[in-house]
Structure formats: C-alpha cells, structure tokens
Design a protein around this ligand. Structure first.
Ligand SMILES: N[C@@H](CCC(=O)N[C@@H](CS)C(=O)NCC(=O)O)C(=O)O
Length: 225
C-alpha cells in the first residue's frame, strides 16, 4: 500500500500523519504517467486530485478524509479518535473547519496568486474571508489547548488536519493577505510551534517546506519573464 501525491500537499500530509501516528510509514509516489494530467492518473482519481491511496491488489481510494478514516480503521496502532463521544465530536469539528474553511479558503490564494494559474481577485477575496472565519472559529475551539495536541494527549484527526494547513498558510505568507490572516489569528502559529514537540507532527512542516520550495522554484523557472 502506498500514497500517490507529493510531500508538498497538505492533503497527503494529513494522511501521512494518521499512518505515522499509528506506527506505519507509507511511501509517497508521484502520479503515474508523468503527472496529474496523465490518462493513467485520471483513470484512478475520479476528481483528478491527490492523495490517492493505492492498495497492493490494484484498487484505489481517493479523498484525504476517506483515506484517513480507512487508515485509522485498517492499520494497527493507536486510534486517531478519542474514546469519549464529546471529545470525538470536538476532534471531528476541528478537522472539518480546518479542511472545509481554512483549507478551502486558502485554495484560491494558491491558484490565483502563488501559482498564478489565472487571475480572479473576487474569488481570492471570498476565499480569504472564508479562511478568516475558519481561523476565528478554530481559535475559539483551541482556546484551552496548551500542549502539543489540539485535543487531549495524543495525535488525533484534528492535528492531522491542522498541522498541514497551518503549515501551508505559513508557507504562502509571502502573500500580504495571508500574512495578515496569520497576524489576526496568532493562535495558529502558536499551535504549530507547540506541535513541534511531537516528533511525528514536527516532520510535516519540514517535509512540506522542502517539497513546496522545489515546486515554486520549478514554476518560477518555467514562467515567462
Ligand atoms: N478533497 C480533496 C482535496 C485534495 C486536493 O485539493 N489536492 C490538491 C493537491 S494539495 C490537488 O490535487 N489539486 C489539483 C487539482 O485540484 O486539480 C482531499 O481531501 O483529498
């Protein structure tokens, strides 16, 4: 079993954190056929996105949420959800806001400003507003967390979602609006800083930074002067 994607992808990192927290290391391979546009990759990824979990029997599973849940259920090792229903609910709530609001809101900044695939400032502004609301909600939910983890004493799905997307925000904070977002919601970087105390969570920012820098450098070289 291995993941298809890139170490730069926060969605791939979300799945890696889950596997690693359970004591398993998953290899990450690039999309087959030379990239995400290839017919081979499009045939295995219904949305044409990474991550894809490739099973040894030749079948595939897409979507980081589904992959994370599958890894938690199928692999041996500590559960990524706490025992108590109230804490389980909180973990799911945080993970949902981290992906559905913060990540979704940052996406247009990446597409239109960082990678400059096209220009659409109204979409970017709407994304930033969504990310801002997500951060405000997350700040409230993490108010009482002081240790390395969002909830409790171990890695949960909440950390698996928060660490990669907080790292993404930091990685693209050369954008003034993203820097402003992080400035208005200092809890996010404070949480990321605390998370470094966990050896598994600490790997994500390092791996993402290295892989992301390589992608940006390739795109900058490829861009017309
Ligand atoms: N809902 C998907 C989102 C995955 C996603 O957006 N992946 C990005 C890479 S970080 C991607 O494949 N982008 C290419 C595209 O959207 O065409 C998940 O949770 O797995």
């Amino acid at each position: 079993m291995h993941l298809i994607g890139s170490l730069a992808s926060p969605f791939v990192q979300r799945c890696l954190i889950v596997a690693r927290a359970k004591g398993h290391e998953l290899a990450v391979e690039l999309p087959p056929g030379g990239g995400m546009q290839s017919a081979e990759f499009q045939a295995i990824s219904p949305m044409g996105r990474v991550p894809v979990l490739a099973f040894d029997d030749g079948t595939y599973l897409c979507e980081s949420n589904a992959i994370s849940a599958h890894l938690d259920e199928a692999l041996t090792g500590p559960a990524l959800l706490p025992q108590q229903p109230a804490a389980r609910g909180r973990v799911r709530e945080i993970a949902e806001i981290a992906t559905g609001e913060l990540a979704a809101g940052l996406r247009p900044v990446l597409v239109h400003r960082i990678f400059r695939m096209s220009q659409n400032e109204p979409v970017v502004a709407a994304g930033l507003a969504q990310a801002d609301r997500g951060c405000a909600a997350l700040a409230r939910l993490l108010e009482s967390s002081a240790g390395p983890y969002a909830i409790g004493d171990t890695i949960t799905f909440a950390d698996a979602a928060l660490v990669p997307f907080a790292t993404l925000a930091m990685a693209i904070s050369q954008d003034d609006d993203v820097a402003g977002l992080l400035g208005r919601h200092p809890f996010l970087l404070a949480y990321l800083e605390r998370a470094q105390a966990d050896a598994i969570l600490a790997r994500t920012p390092q791996e993402m930074r290295d892989a992301f820098a390589a992608i940006v450098a390739r795109r900058t070289q490829a861009a017309p002067a």
